[in-house]
Design a protein. Structure first.
Length: 483
């Protein structure tokens, strides 16, 4: 059958139009720009359109330049590892945040910072030690819940005379992330709980140890354990430099007396060496210490900080850590206050979370205040202290006989009043004061104070041994200088 000429012409036109559209798709050129069979509008010559509507009537996006499709020639560094502690990494970002935070805080206090690389190195070493301690505490089963962290943050804010919201705003204004602050609080609580459970609760001081110590003190030469921070300035420095160094030393004194962590201050700014030991010299007799040091610390009690001291090397800030010798009985001279007190102690452990312990003690206290139960009966039933058999009675205690947290809560109570749950290194207590009196110094007072001193010393020594052991056992890989 012969195909009419008109039909054949139409078929040729349609084929040309389809080929033009396909070519446009491949090249990114609009089909309407093809020459020959179509006009400016993309319609076939003669005015009729045979193109599929989706090919020519819908606009196509402009072609993306080829350069935008290429991957960057150099990788963009988001973060990197600066150290590995066992299987846990410390990142450059974490280190920079710590350096920025410490630098900002010390600068605001008028403290001259050490060289950047030295500050970075010291803080990285501290972060490595802290990380290893956290790991060891977690392996021992120590866990801190969110409620405890919230309660601790609220207490810190209250001590700063702020609400939590105000405290958070202050932190963020100082460039400190609130979440990072909470993590620091959790870390400190974790290690603190470990120390309470594994170290402090196991310290025992025998009567023979008390006897030996008191006998030694009768004939021993006076010794001092001092921590120091040196602000260097030469003897022939200009008056302006001397004045600036003195002002810096005075700022450090104020900061330390306000409760600043002396060891951390030492690690950040001292030029006297011993940063990793908190600037502590160790026990030394008076003949092994500069006379101006001895003169400055002699009037101090352990824990107190002296005014700045000038030497040819600069200005020294001195804190008395411990004093030995010279007659220990001198600590008990004069009238002393005594308190008759009883308590109920419950410890936090794997079976009793902190929240559960606080709730149980709160319920017991409410029942005792309501008069439905007796304190002594509750102590015999619930307390895990050795005094439980005596109804929680600790007898007459002197100032300094108990840990500071217990003593502060005890001193704040009226006779007969029952405290809220009080946390100490030994656990949580309910405390009730039975009587108070003032008594002259007695041999029992000396023995009690000595026993407390030996307990604290043993605890500190054992904790220092533990931190050293943990750091020595840890696998540490440094990558700070890797590029």
């Amino acid at each position: 059958m012969k195909i009419p000429l008109t039909v054949r012409l139409l078929a040729v036109l349609l084929a040309c139009t389809s080929f033009s559209a396909a070519l446009a798709q491949l090249s990114g050129t609009p089909a309407g720009s093809a020459t020959g069979a179509t006009g400016a509008t993309g319609a076939p010559a003669g005015g009729a359109s045979f193109a599929t509507p989706g090919l020519l009537t819908s606009p196509r996006p402009a072609a993306v330049p080829a350069a935008n499709n290429r991957l960057p020639s150099e990788p963009v560094l988001i973060d990197r590892i600066v150290a590995i502690v066992n299987a846990e990494a410390i990142t450059d970002r974490e280190l920079r945040q710590k350096v920025d935070s410490v630098s900002r805080r010390l600068t605001s206090q008028g403290v001259t910072l050490p060289p950047p690389q030295e500050l970075q190195r010291q803080l990285l070493e501290r972060m490595i030690g802290d990380t290893a301690q956290q790991q060891a505490a977690r392996e021992a089963g120590i866990r801190i819940d969110e409620v405890t962290i919230d309660r601790t943050v609220a207490r810190i804010a209250q001590e700063s005379q702020m609400t939590v919201a105000q405290f958070r705003a202050r932190l963020e204004a100082d460039g400190v992330s609130f979440q990072a602050f909470r993590q620091d609080v959790a870390s400190e609580l974790t290690v603190s709980r470990f120390r309470e459970r594994e170290i402090d609760s196991r310290i025992q001081v025998s009567e023979s140890e008390v006897d030996v110590y008191l006998a030694e003190q009768k004939t021993a030469a006076i010794e001092f354990n001092i921590a120091q921070i040196l602000v260097p300035v030469s003897e022939d420095a200009p008056a302006e430099s001397v004045a600036k160094a003195r002002q810096q030393a005075q700022s450090i004194v104020q900061m330390a007396r306000a409760g600043g962590d002396f060891a951390r201050i030492v690690g950040s700014m001292s030029s006297a060496g011993g940063q990793l030991q908190g600037g502590i010299t160790g026990m030394r007799t008076v003949d092994r210490l500069p006379a101006l040091f001895v003169e400055a610390v002699t009037p101090l009690k352990p824990g107190e900080v002296a005014d700045e001291v000038r030497s040819p090397a600069g200005f020294h800030v001195l804190k008395l850590i411990e004093r030995r010798g010279g007659g220990w009985s001198s600590v008990s001279s004069g009238p002393v206050k005594q308190t008759r007190v009883r308590h109920i102690l419950i410890r936090v452990n794997e079976l009793n979370s902190e929240t559960d312990v606080i709730r149980r003690l709160t319920e017991i206290a409410e029942r005792m205040r309501a008069g439905s139960v007796d304190f002594a009966d509750m102590a015999r039933q619930y307390s895990v202290d050795g005094s439980a058999g005596q109804g929680g009675d600790l007898g007459w205690v002197y100032q300094g006989d108990t840990v500071s947290e217990f003593e502060r809560a005890m001193d704040a109570l009226e006779v007969g009043q029952i405290s809220a749950p009080v946390r100490s290194p030994f656990g949580y207590h309910l405390i009730q004061v039975s009587e108070r009196r003032t008594d002259d110094a007695s041999p029992e007072r000396v023995r009690s104070a000595t026993r407390n001193l030996l307990r604290i010393r043993k605890s500190n020594e054992r904790f220092q041994e533990w931190t050293t052991e943990v750091r020595d056992r840890a696998y540490v890989e440094y990558r700070l200088d890797d590029q």
